[in-house]
Design a protein around this ligand. Sequence first.
Ligand code: NAD
Ligand code: 3PG
Length: 427
Amino acid sequence: MMESAANSARKRDPVGPSVVRRAVRAPDLIIHPKRKSRTIMRYIKTIDDITKDGAIDFGAGYEFVERAEDADAILMRSTDLHGYDLPEGIRAIGRCGAGVNNIPIEEYARRGVVVFNSPGANSNAVKEIVLAMMIMSSRGIVQAMQWVRANADDPDILTSAEKAKKAFVGREIRGKRIGVVGLGNVGSKVANACVELGMDVYGYDPFISVEHAWALNREVQRVGTLEDLCRGCDYLTLHVPSKADTVGMISTEQLALLAPGAVLINFARETIIDEDAVAAALEAGKLSWFACDFATPKTVRMPRTFITTHSGAGTEEAEANCADMAISELKDYLENGNIAHSVNYPACSMGKARAASRIACLHANVPNMIGQITAILAKDNANVQRMVNESAGENAYTMFDTDEHLDRATIEALKQIPSMYRVRVIK
Ligand SMILES: NC(=O)c1ccc[n+]([C@@H]2O[C@H](COP(=O)([O-])OP(=O)(O)OC[C@H]3O[C@@H](n4cnc5c(N)ncnc54)[C@H](O)[C@@H]3O)[C@@H](O)[C@H]2O)c1
Ligand SMILES: O=C(O)[C@H](O)COP(=O)(O)O
């Protein structure tokens, strides 16, 4: 095939001068003063303590920077980004963890920023602490330990403890009824563990995924309404994300349906419960205990509580799992444009970027985007080797490989398509 005039012009004038003059820099990345090396460098800003010992590894070709303005992507945990002035250069955010209520994901989608989380990576840690809370609220363990400490100077403590122990008599969880709200990564594991412990387990999740439905022990009895779930429960544990239909979902009406002296466990988010209703249920003795991972001005003043420091995911294993997952998601996106486990863009993969050029378009999920993209490519006589288009909700993603670099004007034309949020020249 003869080379067209357009193609030879394109070779002289590829997208971004760096592609030809310094083919070592990833074309869509921001210009950073440090980018002088001959290897492609990408820059990461971390927010929060990602792991206790600070060990996180992106491997070769990545460097951590102090300022988000100098970064291509952010790796983070629970810091609230609502109202944060996100720099233009940020292409992606990796949330080490499950909940993303701290990130304005739809606003970022419209700015062409892909937000990833790490589903399931910390769910075993949460399951274990929830089981601990169930047993702690049933057996007077903490109270007995406090008694021992308070009586440490008693020379006859062995005998005294024998007399004191009747104050700490509890109840077993085996045979008791538990309701699990949300049967995702955490909830399904909690439900299955409770079956193993001999409990009578009920679950409520109108949006349960096929994957989690398969993973659920057949002994878990699914119910169709939150009220049916709550009725007669000795334990109620919450494992839903914080969103419009879950905020305040546990209130006076739901608490009234529980068995007398029930235990409420909230390791999901502080917003899921109506705090005044929970305080009233504790005061009235309707709830015997409340275990909660969120120390708010109200929860810390309630009687008979176990309040922790948002520690549900606080294990070495969970921190490492979350970091590993978020890092590999970010790397695949920055290097190849592939999307896995995004909470604001569809999953999409074309494998490793091997063609001469790979372009990714982040845009609204509206009619005729592909038509407009291909019309521009046709005008440039670009030969598309492969193209994928995926959508999720209001957002869509179109990625394609070409056997030549597109010229500057073509990329500009793609950017000018109405409802186009961002065009990335990945390679
Ligand atoms: N305390 C912690 O450290 C900690 C750790 C992990 C997760 N979390 C919280 O727990 C939540 C759940 O975590 P996960 O990993 O299981 O998430 P997940 O996405 O795997 O599961 C959430 C489940 O909730 C269900 N759900 C959504 N809306 C619902 C509704 N209105 N009623 C009932 N079910 C509903 C979904 O269908 C899904 O199955 C997270 O969003 C996060 O807020 C807290
Ligand atoms: O949503 C989550 O995964 C948990 O709340 C854990 O958050 P953290 O990793 O910021 O502690």
